[in-house]
Design a protein around this ligand. Structure first.
Ligand SMILES: [Zn+2]
Length: 126
């Protein structure tokens, strides 16, 4: 079996959906494959860190320009006038989780692209 697709590893790490036969097959592969097991372990760490993140994990509130940049990157729109004045803790946590998952998605996309290039340059199909 080919290695588990990086996007599928992310889904396995997130564990948001009801497990499918494809998930079971992927997990059987992960048990036998050091590379996929290592990737899944890293993803699980990132997901766990994102889900347990608190705003107090930041040494200081992010500066206004950071909020503007994040907002602009997410919406591809003009920047808002400023950061939200008060965000309830549960919403801050959800925002941090979202940001971490966006970073994870970006990192996974880069890894997938790198992996794809690597496979092409080695002439292997998996
Ligand atoms: Zn593998």
């Amino acid at each position: 079996m080919a290695h588990v697709d990086p996007a599928h590893l992310v889904e396995l790490a997130l564990r948001n959906a009801t497990p499918t036969d494809a998930d079971a097959e992927a997990l059987r592969h992960v048990e036998r494959c050091d590379r996929c097991r290592d990737e899944l372990r890293v993803l699980l760490r990132v997901v766990t860190a994102a889900r347990t993140a608190h705003l107090v994990d930041l040494s200081a509130a992010p500066p206004e320009r950071v909020w503007r940049r994040i907002s602009r990157d997410i919406t591809h729109d003009t920047p808002p006038p400023g950061p939200p004045p008060v965000i309830p803790n549960h919403r801050r946590r959800a925002l941090l989780t979202l940001l971490a998952l966006l970073a994870l998605a970006a990192a996974t996309g880069l890894a997938a692209a790198r992996w794809s290039r690597h496979r092409r340059s080695n002439g292997r199909s998996g």
